[in-house]
Design a binder for this molecule. Sequence first.
Ligand code: OGA
Ligand code: NI
Length: 372
Amino acid sequence: MTMDIYDTSRTTTQIVTDYHRAKEVQAFDDTKAGVKGLVDAGIVNIPRIFIRPPEELVEELTSHQTNFQVPVIDLDGVRGNKLEEIVDQVRAAAETWGFFQVVNHGIPLNVLEEMIEGIRKFNEQDVELKKEFYTRDRTRNVRFNSNFDLHYSRTANWRDTLTISALASTDLDPNEYPEVCRDAVREYIKNVTKLAETLFELLSLALGLKAEHLQEIGCPKEYTLLCHYYPSCPQPDLTLGASGHSDPSFLTILLQDQIGGLQVFHDNQWVGVQPIVGGLVVNIGDFLQVVSNDKFKSVNHRVVAGHVGPRVSVACFFMGHNAEIPKSYGPIKELTSEENPPIYRDFLASECFNKGYSTAVDDNSLLHQLKL
Ligand code: OGA
Ligand code: NI
């Protein structure tokens, strides 16, 4: 059935495939049941809209195993005698990996576990209840769908997502959260936004700025929670949970369960981010790379699909002033000089959302577009 994709006569095949693709994508979207709906229906072969192009599958064969590990930073003592040491670790991680994990960050384990459980319950509740949230309307603060970019991406990802956005000027009413996960979400947001403030202080100090700098320019102001559900996949080698991308945010804090599958591109290879009980993954987003004038790196990452699942993760994107109070950002003056001139133009955070989130690192990537 999928043989035409591997046909060597690419041009005609491509047109035919694309034609069917739009229809197949629409049919999938219309079910409003997401990837989980396919798995529940007992499919054995994944629909071709999820199958990655042959050249990508071939590239995969050349990737190799590695002993690298994303740095783990212990935040115990951050308000005391460990501050300087922690700032050094944050700087080193942000400059090289663009990723690190934090432990002893102050968020109680039960808050993390209940959040993961809440998102699992949301996805596993009666499909009719879930469908009430299914929409692509970006003005809705709480929305559920499969693949935010379903209608314009090349390959669909093996995941469903509940999105919860909080804008600067309006306090999101917790009554808008789905009932099954309402308390968990409220508690998690309270904690993760507080942790973000600490992280922005550490990142400011790591850049040689005063502790409040990133906070004062509004970095933790608006945030979006992407609560992902990656069902088990019958053919994990043919698709991905999330294709390679960098995040259109200042900072992303990611909570993941113990299944694993997140990979970071480092030193020319994909490195797995080992889940740590009670740990959180932190990564530098595109906006922070821009305002730091390339001192900090926003690094490509992805999620592989797996036979074992579901996997649940929650990515909290901190996006600065965005939709409601547009504010322009550019390389921070204190970080540029005659010898180190700005390499990016100013931008509005909202610019990046008109086309959806940035995806593959190519000529259309946000960083490339903002280069002077
Ligand atoms: C994201 C992301 C990783 C994960 O939402 O941008 O990279 O493990 N998520 O779900
Ligand atoms: Ni990401």
